[in-house]
Design a protein around this ligand. Structure first.
Ligand code: GDP
Ligand code: ZN
Length: 483
């Protein structure tokens, strides 16, 4: 991959016969020359930077008109990549953009690799690595809050915090190294000051680190499995939920909405309801398969909603399913509450008398509030009448509560770091801890600086100041082409 090539790609999502505008983007030294070869702007329009031209894309040899479009030229360095950029705003669908792109390639541009525009923006100092990652997050955002966090990242919130940490570390390092090099000419090192500064940096790093879980939630969302016996109302519950006003289902015109694969948003958290657990089960389903499916669903879920039928109560089959999911966080949903409006949680969970008689005392029941494990916390219980769309608010409240404790309430709500950034920050914190140990053990100053340098370098890896090519490859190859 040569960074001196002029690159081209379709920058907008394209799909056949859809979308009114599609953008083809060129970046590099030859961007303007290529645009001038294939674009004909009529009248007295002036080819100036940051001005919109109107005209036709024409084949330079056949003179055939390929599209009527707008052309936007952004000369370096005032562009996303800090290179010369030309954007053709073509008609949507696939034909116009594809042909304009082909023409650009014919004229010597190279098809951009995934993420190459962002990579150039990074390499040319327009954005740091965390901002590049935020662009990726923003495009992939599944909720308004996720988008908000991405925008904050894009605007440099995390960059600022990291810069502050890095400068502080460099400051400390300078003080220590001065003592190594010019020991005799300087006042002795203020070790208390070093300790205090390291403490501040460590604390700040911990605070940023605490946003990782929230970042993960916002990025990937919460995977929820709905399990339960056939006919307890799992499908009805999912229907009621995805149709409720509170759960904003991604519902843009033109996109199909498959209820089974519902993407819901609850309290800003994207929720993916796993297509499992017999949501599609048929009546002839073998009981065993139902249990097996519940187990599999629960394993890949962050949270399990286990549905039981209030009009039936807790029966052995429920116990069997519960046992397969109870090592995951579970919310118990007592559905069809309309059929047993006055039933208490206790009653709903008391095994119903077996028609054959005897044996019901063997049925395992979930712990009620105050009974679970050593911690004494019971499993949350929500009552719903899915068929009547009732109880959905309570269900959402219970879901938010189950994930709220440490994640939603992350210290710095603007920042939400990703897994890569988290891994680097953990190294920052560890290195700082090592400095503290070196100080406490009164090791020679050289030892302090080794760990301090490691911390600085880990911070630099987050922002991209100190990053290897393979890490860059890994990050930018996840991007799509044209980004
Ligand atoms: P699933 O097999 O667990 O997915 O259950 P379904 O959602 O298919 O529901 C089974 C039956 O129970 C259907 O006839 C639903 O109309 C009915 N049902 C579901 N939820 C409720 C409810 O809250 N109240 C009442 N009365 N019936 C319900
Ligand atoms: Zn169903």
């Amino acid at each position: 991959m040569s960074l001196s090539d002029t690159i081209a790609a379709v920058a907008t999502a394209i799909s056949p016969q859809q979308g009114s505008v599609g953008i083809v983007r060129l970046s590099g030294d030859r961007a303007v020359a290529i645009a001038q070869t294939i674009f004909h702007a009529g009248g007295k329009q002036i080819w100036e930077s940051h001005r919109v031209l109107y005209g036709y894309v024409k084949h330079p040899i056949t003179k055939g008109v390929i599209d009527e479009s707008l052309l936007l030229i952004m000369k370096a360095p005032r562009s996303f990549t800090r290179e010369d950029v030309a954007e053709f705003h073509c008609h949507g669908g696939i034909m116009a953009v594809q042909q304009v792109l082909n023409l650009c390639l014919e004229q010597g541009a190279r098809l951009a690799e995934a993420g190459e525009f962002s990579l150039r923006a990074f390499l040319n100092g327009r954005i740091d690595l965390t901002q590049a990652e935020s662009i990726h997050d923003l495009v992939g955002a599944k909720s308004a809050q996720a988008a908000q966090a991405a925008i904050a990242g894009l605007r440099g919130k995390l960059t600022q915090s990291l810069k502050y940490l890095r400068e502080k570390c460099l400051n400390i390092l300078t003080e220590i190294e001065a003592r190594i090099d010019f020991e005799d000419d300087l006042p002795p090192l203020d070790v208390e000051w070093v300790k205090a500064e390291i403490g501040i940096v460590g604390q700040e790093a911990q605070q940023i680190l605490a946003t990782a879980d929230r970042g993960e939630l916002l990025r990937t969302g919460l995977k929820v499995a709905i399990v339960g016996r056939p006919n307890v109302g799992k499908s009805s519950l999912l229907n009621a939920w995805s149709r409720s006003d509170r759960a904003i289902v991604t519902d843009l015109p033109g996109t199909t909405r498959d209820v089974v694969d519902s993407q819901l948003v609850v309290g800003g958290i994207p929720i993916q309801v796993l297509d499992t657990a017999g949501i599609r089960e048929t009546e002839d389903v073998v009981e065993k398969i139902g249990v097996e499916r519940s187990r599999q669903a629960a394993q890949s879920a962050d949270l399990v909603l286990m549905v039981i039928d209030a009009s039936v109560g807790w029966i052995e089959k429920d116990a069997e399913i519960y046992k397969t999911v109870c090592d995951r966080p579970v919310i118990l949903v007592i559905n069809k509450i309309d059929l047993a409006p006055s039933i208490s949680e206790q009653e709903a969970l008391t095994p119903s008398p077996s028609p054959i008689g005897g044996g019901q005392e063997k049925i395992f029941t979930p712990p009620l509030l105050g009974e679970r494990g050593l911690g004494g916390e019971g499993i949350p219980i929500v009552k719903t009448a899915a068929a009547q769309q009732q109880g959905i608010e309570d269900l959402e409240a219970a879901i938010l509560q189950s994930i709220a404790q440490d994640t939603i309430a992350a210290a710095n709500l603007d920042v939400a770091i990703n897994q890569r950034q988290k891994a680097c920050l953990i190294r920052v914190v560890q290195s700082l801890d090592n400095v503290k140990i070196a100080i406490a053990d009164q090791l020679p100053l050289d030892f302090w600086t080794i760990d301090l340098r490691a911390a600085i370098s880990a911070i630099g890896e987050i922002t991209g100041e100190e990053v290897t090519e393979s890490v860059l490859d890994q990050i930018f190859s996840r991007f799509c082409i044209g980004k």
